[in-house]
Write a protein that binds this ligand. Structure first.
Ligand code: LMR
Length: 399
């Protein structure tokens, strides 16, 4: 039976991670997967995580199963972190949070939940979106539609196109939105645009589903919440997939959460029973280690403060690299404008490079970029920025 099976294509992002690992060139540059890198190109374990892990090792008394929805305290802390403690969504009890294996696990649980409870609903994804979005949703048998998002000329959001699509989407559909720093283009709506988007989504009767893996990578935790709090209006319903891979550096521990915000506390309980039924048939219950680390850090004032500092350091290094890349490109190619890279926030920017140019950079210079042109700015450092900009300049020409 197995001999008849055809090989699956390599994953658009994780496949490149493999190819990079196997590249023998010692000057190779990895701007692919959304993983933070420090000045030396490494992805170290945060100090706050190390301390929390030592405490866990000392205090852990059981390896028994977690509940289906995960560690209750972790879920409560996640609500506080994402909505802000004391937010009405939290205090009213109309939000139910489930610990999931990473943000991708949250997306899949939500997709299964949508398919089971709203079988006619489609999910609308931005053009462009994270390549795994349509794959995860389709794997759960949810139909995927697309709405315009990016304006390549301004390197910003095509707000009119987006609003027109929202106003025309069938009532009862779900719309997947990228909270801060999440869209591969690096373009985020402004606060005013988020208000317009939320107005349009709720006026049309759509269910917003925010994918939110980069809290703290924009301008700081408080201001990065703004898209989410715009949707968390009195009585409004929404779904949120969140992740601790990036902001706690816990990539391989697979720790994330799905939050369902319902109109009132009673439906939160009913919905929770359905989500738990979905989880039970999917992976039964989540792994403990990563969520326990997050809990340990968020309940301890000193550790929380240490983590805040480490997150700020990651954010500031990325912003510094945005500036350095923009300056270096301006020196190499004064005829081309890369200032949008400095203006954007988070790990990602659409470089504007075509798939062919990306292939040439990989083949000739061992520079790895996702084929849609998305670069992970965190892969740039003072040591590789010169050769990187030289290579890009040689491909693009003076313009
Ligand atoms: C990314 O977008 O690079 C990350 O979220 C990793 C992944 O799973 O694709």
């Amino acid at each position: 039976m197995f001999d008849a099976i055809q090989a699956a294509p390599a994953d658009a992002i994780l496949g490149l991670m493999e190819a990079f690992k196997n590249d023998a060139n010692s000057d190779k540059v990895n701007l692919t997967v959304g993983v933070y890198k420090d000045e030396t190109g490494g992805t170290p374990v945060l100090e706050s995580v190390k301390v929390a892990e030592a405490k866990l090792l000392e205090g852990e008394s059981s390896k028994g199963y977690l509940p289906i929805g995960g560690l209750g305290e972790f879920c409560d802390l996640t609500q506080d972190l994402y909505f802000g403690s004391g937010h009405e969504v939290v205090s009213s009890g109309r939000a139910a949070t489930f610990q999931t294996p990473g943000g991708t696990g949250a997306l899949r649980v939500a997709a299964d939940f949508i398919h089971q409870n709203f079988p006619k609903a489609s999910i609308w994804c931005s053009t462009p979106t994270w390549p795994n979005h349509p794959k995860v949703f389709k794997a759960a048998a949810v139909n995927v539609e697309n709405y315009p998002y990016f304006d390549a000329d301004s390197h910003g959001v095509n707000i009119d196109g987006m609003l027109d699509a929202i106003k025309a989407a069938p009532v009862g559909d779900v719309i997947c939105l990228h909270a801060c720093c999440h869209n591969p283009t690096g373009a985020d709506p402004s606060a005013e645009q988020w208000k317009q988007i939320a107005d349009a989504v709720y006026d049309r009767g759509l269910l917003p589903f925010l994918d939110f893996a980069y809290l703290g990578f924009g301008d700081g935790i408080d201001s990065d919440r703004s898209a989410l709090t715009e949707f968390a209006r009195p009585g409004a319903e929404l779904l949120v997939a969140s992740s601790y891979s990036k902001n706690f550096g816990l990539y391989r521990e697979r720790v994330g959460a799905l939050t369902v915000v319902t109109a009132g506390a009673a439906s939160a309980k009913t919905v929770a029973s359905q989500v738990k039924a979905t989880i039970r048939t999917n992976y039964s219950n989540p792994p403990s280690h990563g969520a326990s680390i997050v809990r340990e850090i968020l309940v301890d004032d000193a550790l929380r403060q240490q983590w805040d500092g480490e997150l700020a350091e990651m954010r500031e290094r990325i912003n510094g690299m945005r500036k350095l890349f923009t300056q270096t490109m301006a020196e190499r190619l004064p005829g081309r404008d890369f200032s949008f890279i400095e203006r954007q926030r988070g790990m990602f920017s659409y470089s504007g490079l075509t798939a062919e140019q990306v292939d040439t950079l990989r083949e000739k210079f061992s520079i790895y970029i996702v084929r849609d042109g998305r670069i992970n700015v965190a892969g740039i450092n003072p040591g590789n920025v010169g050769p990187l900009c030289d290579a890009i300049s040689s491909i693009l020409g003076p313009g």
